[in-house]
Every structure is written in structure tokens, then in C-alpha cells.
Design a protein around this ligand. Structure first.
Ligand code: GLA
Length: 693
């Protein structure tokens, strides 16, 4: 590992008080080059327009049993009447194995648990791809991993086309015409407006994945022109970037005809009643996705059956999906890897390095039921420090004192210098997987620039000197530094680290941090709670520090961009507004906000890449987050499935569940297995228990 000369280094970090750093054993530098980790699947890059289009076809088909048992019996209109005027047509040329056949089941395993189906009101369905499948969005981005960076723009979905006004402040979107919810109710601008006005804009409702009005730009408005036309207005001209916020997970409307029956504005209910009005036991919620939940057994299984009104087809006119059934076994995330490798599950994002070696070993055998392919280093972890000193999360005196430390640049430098990243990585897995990651955007994105990535090498003595410099000393000789005598009675500094207990990796990283901070003299205690509670604590600001797996804004940069800085009162992971809506940003955070706002406002590729370099310098130089580790993930998928795109990363614009385009995935007739629990059955009526036949 070679570091740059001190002179170049000093030039690199100008603006982040490089000159105050003299006297350390090691100086900040650019991050060392990562050991190469070649992705295994080769991506064939294609133009965006080659993926799908919207058009009417001369005839449409469906599984024979649907025609026989449902259409002929008068229980369902003919397929042509169930489809929109112009369905979404997947182009055969972009399907790795071409047109498929009907049948079989995709068995997912998930570590989360469904809270309920009300995504619009913030309920989780247990992750692992359930919500991604249920709730279709205006645009779609996951499949863009195969599109050249210069051609990347969100793909049409529920919004089938759009135009910008001449001045670029108005965007007119045309919704898919004549599409229906899975119960046959028409999908139209009422659904879109209900999501926007009564969920996103209603301050008492927080949709899942955190959509707020600012997610779409401050001052943005939306109105319906007619049933199938909506119009956005923006303060900026041509903010094409907002098309990403209209993809998963921030603009995926729910069924207004059903949700309104429990929403306070329409039903005289309370907001709690609205949020909890559709518990997991409520089956057959109308959706726009390809499979509808028809059965739920707590801690065991969710079963979904094909949506007879699904609005997507292949070029031969076959209504999709090809797969009849979808399972989500309710287990643990680690078990998802084990089951996918063993063949009792069908799919996993191998993302916990503790499972890498065993999984690789087993997948190498010829008889292995699943294929496993590693992609680029897209999984990263950061330690986020809570930067709010004006009340977010109502801190007590101890927590307030920690926030003030978090806002102290020398303190953050000490912490980052005391992190031995090599050790952290090796504690997860030995081998060429993990890399030194100082924070900032991921090394896997096309916007990454190593020269702009500032790294404070591991230097425990230098870190200790900084801790002393800011007045923290171990006055009682117990090995942990104390606050100065006039603060909190000079007691030990104690920092609570929020951790998601659902993942072994999160726990291991957090324990590593506790041990390494102990050597620095900082007492860190863990608050290890399940993912649902952890998210709630994060959103409410109830944490000092937290271990956080990077989200799409770090990996694709263009998806979820507003989360890269506090551009709105509730967009940053670690710095949100207090109850009065005030944000107390530090100067470097203001700079980050300015950069991100400019990034969102410009469509000039060169300018965007320059802006991201600046962002990276400011974020890593000032230690906006303390990077912990970065490593690749592998997609594990049972060998019987066809139409899995080569090189599909487990994460980029979205998770692989979306990237592989499940509605197009099929199992060849001679490979079909017998896993359907409700063969030849379709979803029942909303709220009914179970499917129907
Ligand atoms: C969880 C899993 C990911 C992915 C997502 C999908 O976060 O850890 O691998 O399946 O759910 O939302």
C-alpha cells in the first residue's frame, strides 16, 4: 500500500483543516486501492429502450386453467378485457432465455416479519422483496444496471410516458390506461393523488421508505389533469433527478378504494387505525404487483398467487407473471443463504460475509442446486453519528453531550483513526473480500473517484492525542475517558450504539467497534434491537451512534440522492430537524447540501461527476460518516430458473429481487417442481381469508 506524498495529501484536504493535523504519526491521505475482486457474471450493456415498451398486441394468452376454471365459469372477464389498452410489453431480445412458460413457485426466505400491508402508512411487509413485488411504482430503476451510464434515466412503469414543458418546470405524466388493481378496480390518477395528498403530504402519515414532500424537491406540487394524466411542477428547471424518487420505494401508490375506508380524512378513524387497518391477517389486499398475498401463517410463511389483472405481457401476448406462486418463508437472513444453497429456498442475496466461505464451498459442487455469482463491492457499512444538537429525538443531558462531541471535528477524527478497518473486515471473513472503506459513496458506483476519497489511516496514538486535545481524560483510572469536571459531574463518556439484531454482520461490526473504541478509552454500549425497532429509533433520532448498511444513494448515487445530505428536514440518516422543523447544520454539512442540490438540479454529466468528486471530498474529509467496511455480494439462485440476467448485482439502484425482473422469470417445462400450495387457484376478494377456486 503506497500513500501519496505529504504535499499532495495536504493539497487534497485543503478546506478540511489539513494544517491543524500536523504532528500525527500518520496523515490523512487518499484511500488505498482496493484489492481487485472481479465480478463473475458479465453484464451485456443495452440501450434503455430495448427493455420494454407499451403497445397493444393482436391477442393475449393466459394459463389454460385460468381460462377453463375462471373465465369460462364467468368468474373473471376474458384476459383481453383485464389488460390495459396498451400493456407493458417486455421485449424478447432483452430476455436472457426468451419467452417463457407458465408454472412453478419462487421460494424466498426472509428475516423480517410483516407488520401489515399498509405500505403507504409506513408498515413493513418484512423485506426480502415482498413490498417491491406488491407495490408497483410510477417509474422503475433496478433493471438499469445493464444500461450504459450515459443512457441511464428511470424507466416507465405505471407512468408510461412523460413530457417536460418548454421551461422545464412542468412535467406531464401519462398513466397506463385501463389497468386494474388485482381485484378488478380501475387504477387511475385517484390512486396517485391519494398517495400524494393523503399520505406523503399528510404530516401524520409516513410512508415506508421515508417519502416526504422534500423527497421530490422543495416546493414541488402534483395535480391530476384527468383520469390518466398527472402534472408535476418543480421550482427547478428540468430536475430529471426526481424521476428516481418516483421509482421504488418512494412513489408506489396503494389501492385508494380500499385504503380510504380506513383513512381519517374519509372514514373518521384515527391515524393509528389507518396505519394498522390492514394487518398481516388481512388477505388479498388489491395490488398492482404480479402476485397477491393469499395466505399468512405467523413465523412460518406468506403465500402469494398470480394477479389475474397484471398489466404486463411478453411479445407473444402471454400475460405475466410466468410463475404461479411466490413464497416468503419467515425465518432469518442467515437461513436465507443456507436454504438457497441447500435447495429448500430458491433465492438469496449473499450479503453476510460470515456465510461466504461455506456458501462458496457448497456451490462449487456439480450437484449444487443453486448457482452463485459474486458482483462488485456494493455492500458497505458506516457508523453514523447523530449530528443534531437542537433537539431531534429529545436527547437527555448525556445524549446531548455526546451529540456535541459528534459535532467536534477532532472527536470524529479520533474515532475514525481508532477504527482498524483491516481487523474489522477480517473478523467477518478472511480472504480478498473486504476492503478499507473510509465512508462516502461506494467504490462500486460509476461516480466513485478514489483520488477524492480521503482516508485517515489507523493510528491509535494519534487518535488518543486528539481525544486528550479536546479535554477528555480518564480522571478516575477505570480505562474510560471522563467528561471535564464541569460537565455531567465529570462522569465517564458513554455512547450508545444502535444496532440491527436481524443481521449477524451488523452485530459483529458493532462488537468490533465497541472493542476498538475501548482501546481509545471510549465506553460504547450496544442497543441491539430488531430491524423494525431500529428503523423507528433511527427515524425518531433516538440514537448517539448507529451501525448502518449503505442504501442505494451510496451505491447508485442517483437513486435516493436526497439522502446523501440534509437537503430537507427529514432526508439525512443522521441529521434531521427538531420538532420546529429547524436543522442546525455545520458548515461542511451546508456545503454537502449545496452540492447535492446542484447535483439534483443539473443534467450535465460532466458537472455531475465533478460535483460528486467534491461531495466525496467534503464527506470523507470531514468524516460525515465513519466508514467501516465494504465488500462484494453474490446472487444465489436455484438453477431451475430461466431469464436471470447475467451480472445482476445484488444491489445497485435496488435489490436483486427487482433487478432480475421476477415477472419475466420462468422455469422450463422439464424442470418444473411441485411447490405450489394452491394450484389452479386465484386471489380472493379483499379481506377474504385465502385464495379462491
Ligand atoms: C433486506 C435484505 C436484502 C434485500 C432487501 C429487499 O434488506 O437484507 O438482501 O432482500 O431486504 O428489500
Amino acid at each position: 500500500m503506497k500513500f501519496r506524498s505529504l504535499k499532495t495529501t495536504a493539497m487534497l484536504v485543503i478546506g478540511v483543516s489539513a494544517f491543524a493535523l500536523q504532528g500525527w504519526a500518520s496523515e490523512p491521505t487518499i484511500v488505498p486501492e482496493q484489492p481487485p475482486f472481479p465480478a463473475q457474471g458479465k453484464i451485456t450493456y443495452v440501450p434503455r429502450a430495448s427493455l420494454w415498451e407499451f403497445k397493444a398486441l393482436p391477442e393475449y394468452k393466459e394459463p389454460d386453467w385460468v381460462t377453463e376454471k375462471f373465465v369460462k365459469a364467468g368468474k373473471l372477464p376474458p384476459v383481453a378485457e383485464r389488460l390495459p389498452k396498451e400493456p407493458l410489453v417486455f421485449k424478447t431480445g432483452n430476455m436472457p432465455d426468451g419467452i417463457g412458460v407458465y408454472g412453478d413457485t419462487l421460494r424466498h426466505v426472509v428475516g423480517g416479519r410483516p407488520e401489515g400491508w399498509n405500505y403507504s402508512a409506513g408498515q413493513t411487509q418484512g423485506w426480502g422483496g415482498i413490498d417491491i413485488e406488491l407495490f408497483e411504482c410510477l417509474t422503475r430503476t433496478a433493471p438499469l444496471f445493464q444500461v450504459e451510464a450515459t443512457d441511464v434515466e428511470p424507466l416507465p412503469n405505471l407512468a408510461k410516458s412523460w413530457e417536460w414543458s418548454e421551461d422545464g418546470h412542468r412535467l406531464t405524466m401519462h398513466l397506463i390506461e385501463g389497468a386494474k388493481w388485482s381485484d378488478g378496480d380501475p387504477f387511475d390518477s385517484d390512486d396517485v393523488m391519494f398517495y400524494w395528498e393523503d399520505n406523503v403530504l399528510d404530516p401524520n402519515v409516513s410512508p415506508l421508505n421515508g417519502a416526504t414532500p422534500e423527497t421530490f424537491g422543495a416546493g414541488t406540487t402534483l395535480k391530476a389533469i384527468d383520469k390518466y394524466t398527472i402534472e408535476w411542477t418543480f421550482k427547478e428547471a428540468f430536475p430529471r433527478q426526481h424521476l428516481y424518487a418516483m421509482a421504488y420505494g418512494t412513489f408506489c401508490p396503494g389501492p385508494s378504494h380500499i385504503l380510504k375506508t380506513k383513512h381519517p380524512k374519509y372514514a373518521g378513524t384515527t391515524y393509528e387505525e389507518y396505519k394498522n387497518g390492514f394487518p398481516p391477517e388481512y388477505l388479498n389486499l388489491p395490488i398492482m404487483g404480479a402476485w397477491v398475498p393469499v395466505a399468512y401463517r405467523p413465523d412460518d410463511l406468506i403465500v402469494l398467487r398470480r394477479n389475474p389483472y397484471y398489466w404486463k405481457v411478453d411479445e407473444a401476448g402471454n400475460q405475466l407473471p410466468y410463475l404461479n406462486e411466490m413464497h416468503y418463508k419467515l425465518s432469518t437472513w442467515a437461513d436465507r443463504d443456507v436454504q438457497a444453497i441447500a435447495g429448500s429456498g430458491d433465492f438469496s442475496n449473499l450479503e453476510q460475509p460470515e456465510n461466504f466461505v461455506e456458501s462458496l464451498k457448497r456451490a462449487a459442487s456439480k450437484e449444487a442446486p443453486a448457482r452463485l455469482a459474486f458482483g462488485p463491492r456494493v455492500i458497505g457499512y458506516n457508523l453514523h453519528m447523530n449530528f443534531s444538537a437542537n433537539g431531534w429525538g429529545a436527547p437527555d443531558a448525556r445524549a446531548q453531550a455526546v451529540r456535541e462531541l459528534n459535532r467536534n471535528e477532532d472527536f470524529r477524527k479520533a474515532v475514525t483513526m481508532a477504527v482498524d478497518r483491516k481487523k474489522l473486515g477480517e473478523a467477518l471473513v478472511k480472504g480478498p473480500f473486504t476492503a478499507i472503506y473510509p465512508g462516502g459513496i461506494s467504490s462500486g458506483t460509476s461516480f466513485y473517484d478514489r483520488e477524492s476519497t480521503i482516508y485517515y489511516p489507523f493510528d491509535l496514538d494519534g487518535a488518543k492525542a486528539l481525544i486528550e486535545k479536546i479535554g477528555l481524560k480518564d480522571t478516575d483510572g477505570n480505562g474510560f475517558v471522563n467528561f471535564p469536571a464541569d460537565k455531567l459531574g465529570g462522569r465517564d463518556v458513554e455512547i450508545v450504539l444502535l444496532v440491527n439484531s436481524d443481521y449477524g454482520t451488523d452485530r459483529n461490526l458493532a462488537e468490533g467497534v465497541v472493542g476498538q473504541m475501548e482501546r481509545l478509552g471510549l465506553r460504547v454500549v450496544l442497543n441491539t434491537i430488531d430491524g423494525k425497532q431500529r428503523d423507528a429509533a433511527n427515524y425518531a433520532g433516538r440514537f448517539d451512534w448507529m451501525v448502518h448498511r449503505n442504501q442505494a444513494e451510496f451505491v447508485s448515487v442517483v437513486q435516493n440522492t436526497p439522502q446523501l445530505a440534509a437537503v430537507g428536514p427529514r432526508t439525512s440518516w443522521h441529521h434531521r430537524a427538531n420538532e420546529k422543523g429547524e436543522l442546525d447544520l455545520m458548515p461542511f454539512e451546508k456545503e454537502m447540501v449545496d452540492i447535492i442540490n446542484k447535483f439534483i438540479a443539473t443534467n450535465d454529466n460532466e458537472q455531475r461527476s465533478e460535483l460528486m468528486k467534491r461531495y466525496q471530498k467534503v464527506a470523507t474529509g470531514n468524516i460525515d460518516t465513519v466508514g467501516l467496511t465494504e465488500y462484494p455480494g453474490a446472487l444465489i439462485i436455484n438453477k431451475r430458473f430461466s431469464n436471470i440476467p447475467s451480472g445482476a448485482p445484488i444491489y445497485m439502484f435496488n435489490w436483486a429481487e427487482d433487478t432480475i425482473i421476477r415477472e419475466r422469470v420462468f422455469v422450463a417445462a422439464d424442470k418444473q417442481a411441485d411447490f405450489e400450495l394452491y394450484p389452479e387457484q386465484l386471489p380472493g376478494k379483499p379481506g377474504e381469508s385465502g385464495p379462491t377456486n
